[in-house]
Design a protein around this ligand. Structure first.
Ligand code: NDP
Length: 296
């Protein structure tokens, strides 16, 4: 079997076009422009690239982008004061604090100081609790993007066996909650899982979110399974820098029914879902109907 490629880049472009279309309608019908505030503390090069890209795409879909770049020594007090200001600014519908934060800042405290209704990353404990109890919440962008691609490919996921490799708060756990919400039978695997190959071989859906280059070989994949590779790993091969996932793409593509590539799979969906979440937050804040197909 040669797997169908799930093209995250094309899917993300479709999501962005949907968001842009609904933002235009929102502006025309109610004069409201959704606004996303992104807060970056320090000069982490990867974070700077992400923030630039988020700002650019926010403007491209017709939303307002507010970037707050603070120096690496910013005190917790000053950061919390900025978040408080953004929480109370009616022009700001979504707030994202770029992680990781410098070591002297308490990430949990900072994230939990964001108004949950504006928490477009979905990391606030209220949103985690709402998602865990199957209530309306802000859903973390990367797992939301994975779910959208899975729903688009399969239609219903009901009754499928899914394994999520990785149990982080930002990817693994919310991904498992979303799959459970769609009535999959979900296994969460992690570094202490016994016989991971056997666990993966039973799964109709494999979501790999580990951060270890190509650790899942093709012979772990059940024939015809759908593989969603969240991993982004920078490696050097043949003297060149390369991005690879957590799955060995070449061998997995020979057994899977469908697979996301790295790059061009889950990655582009993450920012598209951030824009979708900002639009959702704006609609909720204004008691307007939520955008269709862009939320869970
Ligand atoms: P974390 O490091 O927070 O979590 C990694 C998880 O993998 C942990 O739960 C860990 O288990 C598990 N793990 C580690 N080694 C093994 C192993 N040998 N076998 C099984 N499980 C193992 O990573 P994140 O969740 O933040 O990110 C995962 C990957 O996804 C990274 O490559 C990251 O770059 C990428 N990513 C991509 C995004 C995108 O937009 N495409 C967005 C976010 C992340 P344990 O808990 O036991 O330690």
């Amino acid at each position: 079997m040669v797997a169908e490629v799930i093209d995250g880049k094309a899917f993300a472009a479709k999501v962005r076009a949907q968001v842009a279309d609904q933002v235009a309608k929102l502006k025309e019908q109610s004069g409201i422009t959704p606004g996303l505030a992104v807060v970056l503390v320090g000069e982490d090069p990867a974070s700077q690239v992400y923030v630039r890209s988020k700002g650019k795409q926010t403007v491209e879909v017709g939303m307002n982008s507010y970037e707050h770049k603070l120096d690496a020594e910013t005190s917790e007090e000053d950061l919390l004061a900025l978040i408080d200001k953004l929480n109370n600014d009616p022009a700001v519908h979504g707030i994202l604090v770029q992680l990781p934060l410098p070591k002297h800042l308490n990430e949990d405290l900072v994230i939990n100081s964001i108004d949950p209704a504006k928490d477009v990353d979905g990391f606030h404990i209220s949103n985690v609790g709402l998602l865990g109890t199957g209530q309306k919440s802000m859903v973390p962008c990367t797992p939301l993007g994975c779910l959208m691609m899975l729903r688009d490919y399969h239609g219903s996921l009901s009754g499928m066996d899914a394994v999520v490799i990785g149990r982080s708060n930002i990817v693994g756990k919310p991904m498992a909650q979303l799959l459970l919400g769609d009535s999959c039978t979900v296994t969460i695997a992690h570094s202490r899982t016994k016989d991971l190959p056997d666990v993966v071989r039973r799964a109709d859906i494999v979501v790999a979110a580990v951060g270890r280059p190509e650790m899942v070989p093709g012979d772990w994949i059940k024939e015809g399974a759908t593989v969603i590779d969240v991993g982004i790993n920078r490696i050097e091969r043949d003297g060149k820098n390369k991005l690879v996932g957590d799955v060995d793409y070449a061998s997995a593509a020979e057994r899977a029914g469908a697979i996301t590539p790295v790059p061009g799979g889950v990655g582009p969906m993450t920012i598209a879902c951030l824009l979708a979440n900002t639009l959702t937050a704006c609609c909720r804040a204004n008691s307007l109907p939520e955008p269709e197909g862009l939320t869970v």
